[in-house]
Design a protein around this ligand. Structure first.
Ligand code: BGC
Length: 780
C-alpha cells in the first residue's frame, strides 16, 4: 500500500465512529423485550423480515423520495434525496424496526450533490475526477484504486452510503452519448479498471453500484431492444461485469433501461438471477435505473431486481396489490428485502457514522490532477515539439480555450469548488500567455453567448445545452500571434451535446470553421518556423486524418476533471512524461465502422458485428485505424526484451508470460505494457487478438529496466461456446503478443493447449429471439 493510500485511510478512519445510530444502540440484541425486533446486524435480518408487515416490505423495495414524485418532473430527476440535498436517491426508513434510510449518489466522475443549501453558509463541493475513459487511459490500477479511495472519503464525509458508479458498459458504438461514463471498448480493461475503482471505494466501507447492466450501448433510445448473441454478451458485454462481481464483490448493481433480446433488463430473470447470481455468485442487491415505475413490478421483483428507484408511492401500492392478488409470491419479496438489508447493515448510516460535511478536497484534487495527467494521451510529437521550455510564450486558439470542458453531464455532473482552464493552468506552470489574443477570444465567446442563437438553453436535468460556437476567423490574428509568441496551441472540443442524446456525426467531423482555424494557425506559425500543438478536449474519438498532418503535436486531454489546466501544463512542460494509452480505437472515418449504416436503429438494434468490437474488428478485418487501441507516445523510448512463456509453452491451468522493459531514452517515464493473445480458430472463430493482461511499469529512469510477469488462466483465455453454453479453451497453438499497443507488438511467444478444455458450464440463457446474420471472418 502506498504512503498516500495510508494517509487517506487514516483520514477516513479518524472520523468519529459512534455506535449510536439506527440499530447499533441495540447491538447484539436482536429482540427487545417489549418491542419488535431491531435491525442490529446480519444475524438480526431473518427476525426483522419476519416481523415486517407487507406494507413495510413494499416500502423498503421502493426508493423513498420527495413527495413530488407523485408527478414526474424533469427538474428534479436525479435529485431525489432529502437527507443529502442533490443526491440521486435514498431508501425508505422503517424506524419501528431500526431500519435507516440510506443515501445513494452519482456518479462516474465524483460525488454529485448540491454545492449549496438554502439558509446555509457552508458549501458542499466535491472533487471532479477525470472521466472514466481518462482513468482507463492511465492503464494504472493502483491509481484508479486511489481515485476510488478519494471518492469514498468524500462520500463518507457527506453522509452518503452508496455510489452510483462505476459505469462500465462497453464503448462499442462511437456515438453513444454516455461513452465517457465508461472505461473502454475492451471488456478486460473495463473489468480490471472497475475492479480497482470498486475496491478503492468499498475497502473504506462505502458501497458502489456497477452500472448499467447490461448491453446499454446507446443514448439515442434508452428503451431500445438490444439484439445480441449469447457469445457477444458473454465475451464482450457481460465480461467486465463478471470480472468485477467476482473480483471486487460490489454492494449493488444497476439494471439498464433497455431490453436485451426482447426482455427489459430490469424484468430479466435470465440476466439478474441465472447469470448474475447463479453463474457469478453476486451477493449484493440490484436496483433499477431512475425509471419511475415504467415496468411490471411483479416481474421485476421475480427477476431479481431488489430496489425500484427513484421510487414512487404507487409502486409500493402495486407491490402490496400484487402479493394480495397472488401475482407476486411474498417469499420473493422477502428475498429481495433481505438482500437489501444485508447491505444496509454495512453502511456508515447504519453504523452511526458522524460525518463531517468537510471532506479533504485538497487531497481529492491532488489525486484528480495526477490521474488527469497520467490519462492524457500523446498522439503525435513531431521533432520533439513537446515538452515545451518553461519560458515559452503561448498563443491559445479555439473557443474551448475559454470554455474548457472538464466533463460530466447529467448524472455524471460534479459540482467542483473550482475548475482550472487551460490558460490558467499554463500560467500556473510559468508559461506566458498571449493576453491580447486571449481577451479577443473572451469577448468573442461572451458576445456570442449573449445572442439568442448561442445562449444556453434554460435546462433541466436532461437538456442543459450550450449550442456549439463557430470558431472565430483568425486569419489575421494568427499572423500577429505567430510573430509575437513561440508556439500556437489550438484547443478542439467535443460539441456541447445534451445529456439525453447520442453524439452527432457533426461532433465526429470537425466543422468548417475549425478546419479553417487549423489552416490559418498552422500556415502562420509554420511560416515563422514555429510549431502548433492541438489539444483534444473531447469525450471520445473524432476524425483526425483530414487535419493531423498539419499540426506538429497532438495531445488528447479528454475531459479530465477539475484539474484540467494544471494537468495539461504538467504534460506540456514535461513535469509529467505522458504515459496514457488509448482505451478506444480512433477510426479513420465513421464509415470504417462495421455498424456505420445501421446504428442506432429504431425500436431494436442488432449487434451484427458480434464479438468484433473495437480493435477486435480492425485487427481481424485489416481495417487500419487512425490511432489504434493501446496507442500513446512518450517523451522517452522503451525497449522490450526477454518475451517468453513458462512451462516450455505447454499450457496447464495457467501460463506465465514474462517481459523486460527498459527505458532507452533520455527522460524518466512509465510504460503501459499490453499482453494480447491470438487464439487458434477451432470450432469457434476467434478475433485476431484479445487483450488478456497488462501492467504499467514503475517510473523508470533512463537506462533502468523492469521485469514484468503476467499470468493467464484458462477462464481468461477461453471463448464462449453457445452450443455447450460453456467457456471452452480450444486446443491449438496460442500466440502471446506483448506490445506497446494493439499493433506495436515488440515480441511474441507461443504456447500449446493439448486438448479442448471445458472451463466452465453456465446457464443457457439470453439467446436472441430472432435469427440474424453475424459478422464472421469466414463469411464470403
Ligand atoms: C442514469 C443513472 C444515474 C441515475 C441517478 C439515471 O438517469 O441513467 O446512471 O445513476 O439517473 O442520477
Amino acid at each position: 500500500m502506498s504512503r498516500k493510500r495510508n494517509a487517506l485511510l487514516s483520514v477516513v478512519l479518524s472520523g468519529t465512529l459512534l455506535l449510536s445510530g439506527f440499530g447499533s444502540a441495540l447491538a447484539g440484541n436482536a429482540q427487545q423485550n417489549d418491542g419488535p425486533p431491531q435491525l442490529t446486524g446480519l444475524d438480526s435480518i431473518d427476525d426483522v423480515v419476519a416481523a415486517m408487515t407487507l406494507q413495510e416490505k413494499a416500502a423498503l423495495v421502493v426508493g423513498g423520495n420527495k413527495e413530488v414524485l407523485e408527478e414526474i418532473d424533469n427538474e428534479i430527476i436525479g435529485n431525489q434525496a432529502t437527507r443529502v440535498p442533490g443526491a440521486a436517491g435514498q431508501t425508505q426508513a422503517i424506524p419501528r424496526l431500526g431500519i435507516p434510510s440510506i443515501v445513494l449518489a452519482d456518479g462516474p466522475m465524483g460525488v454529485r450533490i448540491n454545492p449549496t443549501r438554502p439558509n446555509d453558509d457552508n458549501t458542499y463541493y466535491a472533487t471532479k475526477f477525470p472521466a472514466p475513459n481518462v482513468l482507463a487511459a492511465t492503464w494504472d490500477r493502483d491509481l484508479v484504486y486511489e481515485v476510488g479511495e478519494a471518492t469514498s472519503h468524500e462520500l463518507r464525509e457527506y453522509g452518503i452510503d452508496l455510489l452510483l458508479a462505476p459505469g462500465m458498459n462497453i464503448q462499442s458504438y462511437l456515438l453513444n452519448g454516455r461513452n465517457s461514463e465508461y472505461f473502454s471498448e475492451d471488456p478486460y480493461l473495463t473489468g480490471r479498471m472497475a475492479t480497482a475503482l470498486v475496491s478503492g471505494v468499498e475497502d473504506h466501507g462505502i458501497g458502489t453500484t456497477i452500472k448499467h447492466f447490461a448491453a446499454y450501448n446507446q443514448r439515442a433510445d434508452n428503451n431500445i431492444d438490444a439484439i445480441v448473441s449469447q457469445r457477444a454478451l458473454r465475451e464482450i458485454y457481460l465480461k467486465g461485469f463478471e470480472m468485477t462481481v467476482k473480483d471486487a464483490d460490489p454492494w449493488a448493481i444497476m439494471d439498464s433501461y433497455n431490453k436485451i433480446n426482447g426482455t427489459w433488463a430490469t424484468e430479466n430473470k435470465d440476466l439478474l438471477t441465472h447469470i448474475l447470481r447463479e453463474d457469478w455468485g453476486f451477493n449484493g442487491f440490484a436496483m433499477t435505473d431512475w425509471e419511475f415505475g415504467a415496468r411490471n413490478i411483479a416481474k421485476q421483483m421475480e427477476a431479481g431486481t431488489n430496489l425500484l428507484m427513484p421510487g414512487r408511492p404507487q409502486q409500493s401500492t402495486a407491490i402490496v396489490n400484487a402479493v394480495n392478488d397472488g401475482i407476486l409470491d411474498e417469499a420473493v419479496l422477502d428475498r429481495n428485502v433481505k438482500d437489501i438489508l444485508r447491505i444496509i447493515v454495512q453502511t456508515p448510516t447504519f453504523q452511526g457514522y458522524e460525518y463531517s460535511n468537510d471532506p479533504d478536497l485538497a487531497a481529492g484534487a491532488e489525486v484528480a490532477r495526477k490521474a488527469a495527467a497520467d490519462g492524457m494521451v500523446l498522439l503525435k510529437n513531431e521533432e520533439q515539439t513537446l515538452p515545451l521550455d518553461s519560458d515559452t510564450t503561448v498563443s491559445l486558439f479555439g473557443t474551448p480555450s475559454i470554455e474548457t470542458m472538464t466533463g460530466g453531464r447529467g448524472s455524471a455532473l460534479v459540482h467542483a469548488e473550482y475548475q482550472i482552464g487551460i490558460a490558467e493552468g499554463l500560467q500556473n506552470a510559468g508559461f506566458t500567455i498571449n493576453e491580447e489574443l486571449y481577451e479577443k477570444y473572451e469577448t468573442y465567446v461572451e458576445t456570442l453567448r449573449a445572442t439568442d442563437e448561442y445562449k444556453q438553453t434554460p435546462g433541466n436535468f436532461f437538456v442543459s445545452t450550450f449550442p456549439t460556437l463557430p470558431e472565430m476567423d483568425v486569419s489575421e490574428e494568427a499572423i500577429t500571434a505567430a510573430g509575437n509568441s513561440d508556439v500556437g496551441i489550438i484547443v478542439l472540443a467535443t460539441e456541447f451535446g445534451s445529456y439525453g442524446n447520442d453524439r452527432s456525426l457533426e461532433d465526429f467531423y470537425l466543422s468548417d470553421s475549425k478546419q479553417a482555424m487549423i489552416d490559418d494557425v498552422t500556415a502562420a506559425f509554420h511560416a515563422e518556423g514555429k510549431p502548433v500543438i492541438a489539444i483534444l478536449n473531447v469525450e471520445g474519438p473524432l476524425e483526425v486524418v483530414s487535419w493531423r498532418d498539419k499540426v506538429d503535436a497532438i495531445l488528447l486531454s479528454w475531459q479530465p476533471g477539475q484539474e484540467f489546466g494544471n494537468a495539461v501544463a504538467d504534460v506540456l512542460s514535461g513535469k509529467v512524461n505522458p504515459s496514457g494509452k488509448l482505451p478506444q480505437t480512433f477510426p479513420k472515418d465513421y464509415t470504417d465502422l462495421p455498424y456505420s449504416e445501421t446504428y442506432p436503429g429504431t425500436g431494436s438494434f442488432i449487434y451484427e458485428e458480434d464479438i468484433y468490437v473495437g480493435y477486435r474488428y480492425n485487427t481481424t478485418f485489416d481495417v487500419e485505424p487512425a490511432y489504434e487501441f493501446g496507442f500513446g507516445l512518450s517523451y522517452t523510448e522503451y525497449e522490450y526484451s526477454n518475451i517468453r512463456v513458462n512451462r516450455n509453452g505447454n499450457f496447464k491451468d495457467k501460463i506465465q508470460v514474462f517481459a523486460t522493459v527498459e527505458n532507452v531514452g533520455e527522460v524518466a517515464g512509465r510504460e503501459a505494457v499490453q499482453v494480447y493473445v491470438s487464439k487458434p480458430d477451432g470450432k469457434l472463430e476467434k478475433p485476431e487478438i484479445e487483450l488478456k493482461a497488462f501492467d504499467k511499469t514503475r517510473e523508470l529512469r533512463p537506462g533502468k529496466k523492469e521485469n514484468l510477469r503476467f499470468e493467464l488462466d484458462a477462464k481468461n483465455l477461453a471463448s464462449f461456446d453457445e452450443e455447450l453454453s460453456a467457456w471452452v479453451l480450444e486446443a491449438g497453438t496460442y500466440e502471446v503478443r506483448v506490445g506497446a499497443s494493439s499493433t506495436d507488438i515488440r515480441g511474441t511467444a507461443t504456447f500449446t493447449v493439448a486438448e479442448d478444455v471445458v472451463v466452465e458450464v453456465v446457464n443457457d440463457v439470453l439467446a436472441p429471439q430472432i435469427e440474424f446474420e453475424r459478422l464472421s471472418k469466414f463469411a464470403q
